[in-house]
Structure formats: structure tokens, C-alpha cells
Design a protein around this ligand. Structure first.
Ligand code: ADP
Length: 250
């Protein structure tokens, strides 16, 4: 039994290295081809020259994003990422998320709404903020413009649940089961075109685990998707460590 689990780990590691190599290779190949075209004379072309240059830049950005995500993932998985659990005001957290995401949502004519019923959650504020902005960012990216994106907070049995629900294209059950895996995308080409790395949700999953939380997704194709995460609740009454003046919604 031990041998098979060692073999399995070994295979997962090998697959990961293969995936990383492929993902890095694509932008390098495209950038190199564009650079060669420039060197072969296109640099003197007033119309096409700048286009090849822009393609190089776009692909280097893609690569930088991929490397950033890989480094983040490795920091979180190895426990090097500093995660400090404390009581956090949910109102303050939502206010922060709203500030970070509202312009982005508005640019695609999405409506972004917030509904909260619980005052305090036990988590690392920055890490939970990253999870929620990732869910919202995905909804913004994968829903047609003019969609509705709702962030709801509810509590039950000493847990606080954050859910981001959209009325976008949805994800079929087959894909949904694998969506939190590293590099897994429903549509590789589309994800790449909009700057995705396929690592966002695996970073989310690792962050949640580091905070003793859970994540998941439910979806109905053609109707929309809900991404959720759950963490231990803080006390029902506002915690004394949170100054009232810091609460944006009173
Ligand atoms: P990516 O960098 O590709 O966005 P993620 O790990 O964040 O990687 O997401 C994995 C895949 O899940 C995406 O490629 C996309 O196909 C799918 N996905 C994520 N969020 C949504 C959503 N709100 N609606 C539909 N599909 C989604």
C-alpha cells in the first residue's frame, strides 16, 4: 500500500513538472517567433513592427503571471506563507473587497452586490480577501457582460459561509469535479486569452486549507455558478478587538 501511494505522489510530481514546462513553453515559443520576425526585417515596418513587439510583451506578462502564481502556490503549500488567524470584521472585509473589485466589475457592466448577516469570522484577513477577490474575478472573466454577481455571507453551526454566485454560463458536472486542480481549465484557449493561468482556484484551495476552512463550487449549466468557502465563526457580538470606527457600514 505504501509503495502505491509513493508511486502516486511521484506521478503527481512528474505530471506537475510536465504541466509547468508546457505552460511556460507556450509564451516563450510565441515571443521567440515574434522576435525573430522583427529581426528578419519587420522591425522597419511601421504597422507590423509595433504589433510584433506588443505580442512579445503580452506573452512575457503571461509568463510573469504564471511564475508569480507558481511561487505563491509553492509558498502556501510549503507553509512558508504567513497565515495569522484572528477575529476579523466581515463588514470591513466586504468593504475592502468591494473597493478592490467594483471598478473591474463595472467595466464589464456587471452588477456586484453584497449581503452579510454575520459580524465576525476567524481567519487571516488578507488570505480570505484573496479568496473572495479570486472568485469575483473569475465571475467577471467568465460571465458575459451585464451579469449579476452576488457575494453573500451567512452563518450556521459556528461556521461562516461566503458565497459568490453568478448567473453566467455555469460549469458541467464533469468539469466541476476537477476545477480546483492545478492547471485545470474548462476551455484552455479561452482562459489563456483572458490572461488566466489555471492556478487561481488551486491557490484558493490551499489558502482555505491553511486557515482550516473549506471551499467548493456548485453549478447548473446555463444558469450559473456558486463558489463558496467556510470558516469558523467569531462571536455573534462584534469582537472587542475591532474598533467600531473601523466598521464601514456602521
Ligand atoms: P484561470 O486562470 O483559468 O481562471 P482558475 O483556477 O481560476 O484558472 O479557474 C479554473 C477554471 O474554472 C477556469 O479556466 C474556468 O474555465 C472555470 N471557471 C472559474 N470560475 C468560473 C465561473 N464563475 N463561471 C464559469 N467558469 C468558471
Amino acid at each position: 500500500k505504501d509503495v502505491t501511494s509513493v508511486n502516486r505522489l511521484e506521478r503527481v510530481r512528474r505530471d506537475f513538472i510536465t504541466n509547468v514546462s508546457h505552460e511556460l513553453r507556450t509564451p516563450v515559443t510565441i515571443a521567440r517567433a515574434n522576435a525573430e520576425t522583427l529581426m528578419n526585417g519587420a522591425i522597419k515596418d511601421e504597422v507590423y513592427g509595433p504589433r510584433f513587439l506588443k505580442a512579445i510583451h503580452r506573452n512575457m506578462e503571461r509568463m510573469a503571471q504564471l511564475i508569480d502564481d507558481l511561487l505563491n502556490l509553492s509558498r502556501i503549500e510549503s507553509g512558508r506563507e504567513k497565515i495569522e488567524l484572528e477575529f476579523v470584521s466581515v463588514d470591513r472585509l466586504l468593504h475592502q473587497v468591494q473597493l478592490l473589485m467594483e471598478d473591474h466589475a463595472r467595466n464589464k457592466q456587471h452588477r456586484l452586490t453584497f449581503h452579510n448577516t454575520h459580524p465576525v469570522v476567524f481567519c487571516d484577513e488578507k488570505a480570505l480577501e484573496r479568496i473572495l477577490t479570486n472568485f469575483i474575478d473569475n465571475a467577471i472573466k467568465y460571465c458575459p457582460s451585464g451579469s449579476l454577481i452576488q457575494l453573500n455571507v451567512s452563518s450556521r453551526k459556528n461556521r461562516v459561509r461566503f458565497s459568490v454566485t453568478d448567473n453566467g454560463p455555469g460549469i458541467s458536472a464533469k468539469h466541476l469535479a476537477r476545477i480546483f486542480e492545478r492547471f485545470y481549465r474548462v476551455d484552455k484557449g479561452r482562459s489563456r486569452d483572458i490572461g488566466g493561468t489555471g492556478l487561481g482556484l488551486s491557490i484558493v484551495k490551499n489558502l482555505a486549507a491553511a486557515m482550516h476552512g473549506k471551499v467548493g463550487a456548485d453549478s447548473i449549466e446555463g444558469e450559473g455558478t456558486t463558489f463558496w468557502c467556510e470558516f469558523p465563526a467569531g462571536p455573534r457580538k462584534s469582537h472587542q478587538n475591532i474598533p467600531e470606527t473601523d466598521l464601514p457600514f456602521g
